[in-house]
Design a protein around this ligand. Sequence first.
Ligand code: NAP
Length: 378
Amino acid sequence: MASKNLKIAFIGTGIMGAPIAGHIMDAGYELTVYNRTKEKAADLIERGAAWADSVAEAAKDADVVFTMVGFPTDVEEVYLAGEGLLASAKDGAYLIDLTTSAPELARDIAGAAEVCGKHAFDCPVTGGESGAIAGTLTAILGATERDIEPVREVLETFTSKICCFGGAGKGQAAKLSNQVALASAMVGMADALSFAQQNDLDVEQVREMICSGTGNSGAMQQLAPKAIDGDYKPGFLVEHFLKDLGLALTVAEEKELALPGADTAFTLYDMLDAIGGGRMGTQAITLLYQEEAEAVAAGLDWSLYAAQHENDDECDCGCGHDHGHDHGEDHECCCGGHGHGEDHECCGGHGHGESHECCGGHGHGEGHECHCGHHHEG
Ligand code: NAP
């Protein structure tokens, strides 16, 4: 039985949204849920949440609407479409977007919400699936402490830390800073495990040793064990990480800022996505360093990469992401067109030597077109 006054709607009950919504309900709030695929809300409905058939129906009586969808295009649809939240939520409602999305879109939504008498905050989170399940996420708000006072108690049902960064869009910008840090941590984790393996070391023993010292990271602590066990199920989807890195690199480019670590990670995840790993967990980056047979056993297909890049010779792009990043004109492009503008065919290949086509795949089998720089034959 609901015991709190605010009525809550939750849109997007996927990996993160479902456990977050569960905590809100457990705290005694009346909850209505909507998700594109109804089955993913089944547990919540069984536990007492009301189901709505659309965004508008979910929002119509809610005091607070949370959204936790996948991509900025999903956020746009949910907020700005004709039957979206700006049109359908009641006056004075709080609209809180937990999705990792574009800072500019967050500013647009907050501005439009203000015009129609609603409050919209960007509030991406960090802490991963385990943090969502434990209710210990960090909320990263594009709002002030004062702005969030009316909804703080609800936010506290699924967080252990709330960080307010001020105006609209700043939560997303801060979250992208986090993703930039994570990018290099993931590549560092994968590099280190591969290095240990190639030196005939006990990889788990090396991992534990690293976790006890200054090479430690969340990637090494939480994701390396899954990679070592061959568990590539998604906690955090590769396609979502690519989206985040693309957003960060786009913002960086606008500010004429180079992010070599994020750039390298983008290249590797773009490759993983191109060979069928987009719906795997981000720890699957380690498969790029393994023998081809292991990647195939995990469900990847390197021939997809070759197929996507067979016209690379003709590419005259010169870039990395969304446009003209740092490569010389003689750079052979090698991208999967992920997150790039339409007139753009390239990507990746950042920081490679001139005679070298791309990166990542250490130790591939002979039938495989090499994408890396290191030590293979064939
Ligand atoms: P997910 O499992 O794909 O969840 C997204 C959910 O949103 C899906 O269930 C999807 O429906 C639903 N959805 C998308 N568009 C919709 C729409 N227009 N209307 C209604 N529902 C819609 O992904 P996730 O891992 O929970 O991640 C969600 C967001 O949080 C992403 O932006 C991600 O980058 C970010 N994030 C993820 C993590 C993590 O560790 N997983 C951590 C922090 C932040 P379907 O079921 O039909 O696909």
